[in-house]
Design a protein around this ligand. Structure first.
Ligand SMILES: [Zn+2]
Length: 209
């Protein structure tokens, strides 16, 4: 999606107008501008009437024109207590034939939120759901390396910092994509990932679905 403002015309303006429940004539005039400003105010954005990436996202349209309605949580399936850098994730994902890191966000052991691929681009993290979702992964998900067969075992290894960061990030994403639902990878694939029950966890931390 391109940046739209008063005077813009065309198909993207029509998309915008439909999203705002306006008559879709494809001409960005004063009424469209007013509706955009109202939306921006309601979403806590600067009410400048200009539709950039953040306003598109507030309408549920990511910058690439992607409609996001699912937020999917993962773990990196690495041993407890060991950091796993973006470079390491990228190397692992390239080895699996992906063009980049498959996730959009990664949460390090200390709760630092790292950006993966752009949210404007479909991820590579959950078969059948990539085009419509945001992929978030925390570092960990397996028992410590000293545990025999750790690779095949799952463990919720989230540090308190990671859990706090995950709550904050999920809430932010729900604001960006109103009406989106939050899931664990294990709801869509026969995998343990993210090594915890997302539905139970959402209730525990007070995120309503
Ligand atoms: Zn996963």
């Amino acid at each position: 999606m391109t940046t739209l403002r008063r005077g813009s015309r065309g198909a993207e303006v029509k998309t915008l107008q439909r999203k705002l429940n306006l008559m879709a004539d494809g001409i960005f005039g004063p009424l469209t501008e007013e509706a955009v400003k109202e939306l921006q105010k309601a979403k806590g954005l600067t009410p400048d009437g200009v539709v950039g990436a953040r306003t598109w996202a507030a309408l549920g349209v990511a910058a690439g024109g992607r409609k996001v309605d699912e937020i999917i949580l993962h773990c990196t399936a690495t041993p407890e207590g060991e950091e796993f850098s973006n470079a390491q994730i990228k190397a692992a994902h390239l080895a699996r034939g992906f063009s980049d890191i498959g996730y959009h966000f990664i949460i390090g052991l200390n709760g630092e939120v790292r950006r993966g691929r752009s949210v404007a681009i479909a991820g590579a993290h959950c078969k059948g759901h990539n085009t419509r979702s945001i992929g978030i992964s925390y570092v960990g998900g397996c028992p410590p390396r000293t545990t025999p067969g750790w690779r095949d075992k799952s463990k919720d290894t989230r540090t308190p910092e990671q859990e706090a960061a995950l709550v904050k990030l999920v809430k932010e994403q729900l604001k960006q994509y109103p009406g989106a639902t939050v899931h664990g990878h294990n709801e869509f694939a026969n995998k343990a990932c993210p090594s915890f029950n997302v539905k139970t966890w959402l209730t525990k931390v007070g995120i309503k679905q």
